[in-house]
Design a protein around this ligand. Structure first.
Ligand code: DQA
Length: 152
């Protein structure tokens, strides 16, 4: 049987605090809950999910660089680095993989400084405002796309 396409799911700073962090904004699911749901949905879709979280910009950049030739797509919630990090944008552009940017909250309904994301420039699509479901939506979109590309 062919190896399942691998999706790297990255979460940035403070997302390890989910569950207790501003539940009125981010909900009550923990990062472990979200990662378990992603791994399960990925398996159901015939994909393999590798989930990682870091509070460090450099570590995220390192993981993105290492993903080249190792995974078929990246799902990333860069947290606050979305709004500041040209380094994460450049790393994503360098590896040239399909990228889906996910935010739990609708960043466009929030403070002005959250409205701009550098990372969006490297993203094929952006999903925000659907809470943890956003990661599942991203997996489903990528699975459909990977299947289509195998057929053509
Ligand atoms: C976030 C939105 C960011 O503005 C914020 O800094 C986060 C989480 C979200 O998932 O809604 O840490 O990326």
């Amino acid at each position: 049987m062919a190896k399942a396409p691998k999706i790297l799911i990255l979460n940035g700073p403070n997302l390890n605090m989910l569950g207790t962090r501003q539940p009125e904004v981010y909900g009550t699911a923990t990062l472990a809950d979200i990662e378990a749901a992603c791994e399960q949905r990925a398996r159901d879709l015939g994909l393999a999910a590798e989930c990682r979280q870091s509070n460090s910009e450099g570590e995220l950049v390192g993981w993105i660089q290492a993903a080249r030739d190792q995974v078929q797509a990246v799902i990333i919630n860069p947290g606050a680095y979305s709004h500041t990090s040209v380094a994460i944008l450049d790393a994503l552009l360098a590896v040239d993989l399909p990228v889906v940017e996910v935010h739990l909250s609708n960043i466009h309904r929030r403070e002005e400084f959250r409205h701009h994301s550098y990372v969006s420039k490297a993203a094929q699509g952006v999903i925000c405002g659907f809470g943890p479901r956003g990661y599942i939506m991203a997996l489903e979109a990528l699975a459909a796309q990977l299947i289509e590309s195998q057929e053509t």
